[in-house]
Write a protein of this length. Structure first.
Ligand SMILES: *[C@@H]1O[C@H](CO)[C@@H](O)[C@H](O)[C@H]1NC(C)=O
Ligand SMILES: *[C@@H]1O[C@H](CO)[C@@H](O)[C@H](O)[C@H]1NC(C)=O
Ligand SMILES: *[C@@H]1O[C@H](CO)[C@@H](O)[C@H](O)[C@H]1NC(C)=O
Ligand SMILES: *[C@@H]1O[C@H](CO)[C@@H](O)[C@H](O)[C@H]1NC(C)=O
Ligand SMILES: *[C@@H]1O[C@H](CO)[C@@H](O)[C@H](O)[C@H]1NC(C)=O
Length: 482
């Protein structure tokens, strides 16, 4: 740990010198002109996105590019940052992470869920998203860890070390170096949000930020975390997955009974029991017929993911609860394909400062090799929840209730095992006069459901999600009257 801190400091110094050069050079190429006419040249000008193909006209600035997290190994993480649509100086900073492990926050979060530009046609362009979360906050999307999306390492052995700790450490270094590039955000109220496997990433990174904050020179003003359909605790997640499949008529009473009698999800040897193994295989087999991430919508009938698909059952078992999201989306079940086409365009990559416009990088929405080889995964982040609650961080957890992958039952089992005192009993919350879901408040934690939303909630309920996000930022309960 001491070694890590001193490394950060060395990089910090190195980067300051480097960026002075970039500032001087970058300024000459400054092309952006704002309607507000306020010029704010700083050392991040080289990352300003000015000519993204197919981008709708907007009034806010956005930036994209690499931040080097390890100079000797040549490791760099790719980010895309959207300033708030209005008064960015007064709004908080929110880091968004998608899961997998191995899936892209740009491909999912930014361009299918909560960013201002949604991919809506096969590689041709982007559509403005009026429910984008950058109407309420400055939104930072990070492709993490290396090997995800455009993020990479020049040292191939780095890929052998991927896991939860590695990811948190690199994301933390990224943040510190990003603040050097965007100093006006250094002391801003800061939140970390994410969904799915980021249910592990988000608390892990928040804990690291909290621990490092003991050094005032590294202080980041972290205020809270927001988690959507989060993987939380393997035993509870599995129990919820099978119970949900049964209660939603995906599997038979007989299969569920075998699981009840033979699966001990708290054991380290769950899969040594053949009967348990076969019955859980049956659950996954049924889920392969539909979209496990959204039980009541169509699947994308495309071809490209099918080869990866065939190994899912084995993958899911061996690596415990993990499985990346494959297809989905409310607008169109084929959004993943559109994202892939768009981000593999040379002109798009050039505009996002991924390359010089000559050498195409191979972008995919999920890296299945990362997923398969993930070595270090915390079986539960509930102990971290306890620590962060004690530290006074705001923790909100939400769950789309038509997701079969990290179902609402999994989350309820996990939260219930925390045994937190209830401060506001279960009740509906409303959006535009309709019940948007239910919520319950505990001492230190708020839990809410989204009625009729799948795994990636904002895809299904963009307006409700934005309203909920606004409540989260203000720390006020979601509306409990019509
Ligand atoms: C990785 O190697 C390439 C080719 O040598 C180089 O251009 C790039 O700057 C290196 N990346 C990092 C983060 O050092
Ligand atoms: C952030 O706050 C610290 C301590 O309050 C202060 O020393 C520093 O100058 C501030 N940095 C920026 C960029 O405002
Ligand atoms: C299960 O694995 C965990 C972590 O590897 C270990 O701490 C624990 O002792 C193991 N439990 C049993 C019953 O083997
Ligand atoms: C791009 O990556 C995918 C999977 O990560 C791989 O199957 C494909 O062959 C790669 N394409 C190129 C041109 O390298
Ligand atoms: C969602 O919000 C947008 C923008 O405010 C609005 O145009 C749209 O009608 C809303 N959709 C629904 C279903 O209420």
């Amino acid at each position: 740990m001491i070694n890590f801190v001193s490394k950060v400091i060395v990089f910090t110094l190195a980067l300051t010198a480097l960026e002075f050069v970039e500032l001087v050079c970058g300024f000459r190429h400054w092309k952006w002109s704002s309607t507000s006419g306020k010029l704010n040249p700083s050392e991040n000008i080289d990352h300003l996105v000015t000519n993204l193909p197919g981008q709708p006209q907007v009034e806010f600035r956005h930036y994209a590019g690499y931040v080097t997290v390890d100079q000797t190994h040549g490791r760099a993480l790719f980010y895309w940052f959207y300033e708030a649509t209005s008064r960015p100086d007064e709004k908080p900073l929110v880091l968004w992470l998608n899961g997998g492990p191995g899936c892209s926050s740009v491909g999912y979060g930014a361009t299918q869920e909560i960013g201002p530009f949604i991919v809506d046609t096969d590689g041709h362009g982007l559509k403005y998203n009026p429910s984008s979360w950058n109407t309420e906050a400055n939104m930072l999307f990070l492709e993490s860890p290396i090997g995800v999306g455009f993020s990479y390492s020049n040292t191939s052995t780095d890929y052998d070390n991927l896991g939860d700790d590695f990811t948190a450490n690199d994301a933390y270094t990224f943040l510190q170096k990003w603040f050097l590039k965007f100093p006006s955000y250094r002391n801003r109220s800061f939140y970390i949000a994410g969904e799915s496997y980021a249910g592990k990433y988000v608390p892990e990174l928040a804990e690291l930020v909290h621990d490092k904050n003991k050094d005032p020179s590294l202080h980041i003003d972290i205020k809270g975390i927001l988690l959507g359909n989060p993987e939380t605790s393997d035993a509870e997640d599995w129990k919820g997955l099978v119970d949900y499949a049964w209660s939603h008529a995906v599997i038979s009473d007989e299969t569920h009974k075998i699981i009840k009698e033979n699966c001990d999800f708290n054991s380290n040897n769950t899969w040594d029991n053949d009967q348990c193994n076969q019955a859980v295989d049956e659950v996954l087999k049924q889920y392969k017929e539909i979209d496990i991430y959204s039980l009541y919508t169509s699947v994308c009938i495309a071809d490209s993911a099918s080869s990866e698909d065939s190994s899912f059952q084995v993958m899911m078992k061996r690596s415990s609860t993990m499985m990346p999201r494959i297809m989905g989306g409310y607008y169109d079940p084929c959004l993943d394909e559109y994202a892939k086409a768009f981000y593999n365009r040379l002109d798009v990559q050039k505009a996002l400062h991924v390359n010089d416009g000559l050498h195409l990088r191979n972008w995919s929405i999920c890296n299945f090799k990362i997923f398969r080889e993930w070595s270090d995964s915390k079986p539960s982040v509930l102990p971290i929840y306890k620590k962060l609650i004690a530290a006074g961080l705001r923790i909100w957890v939400y769950s789309g209730d038509t997701d079969g992958r990290v179902p609402v039952l999994s989350t309820r089992y996990s939260l219930s095992s925390l045994g937190l005192p209830i401060t506001k009993a279960w009740r509906p919350w409303y959006h535009q006069k309709q019940v948007s879901g239910w919520f319950q408040e505990y001492e230190g934690l708020t839990f809410a459901t989204f009625r009729g939303a799948g795994h990636a909630v904002p895809c299904f309920k963009p307006n409700n999600s934005l309203a909920f996000f606004t409540s989260f930022l203000s720390g006020e309960s979601p509306p409990s009257t019509r």
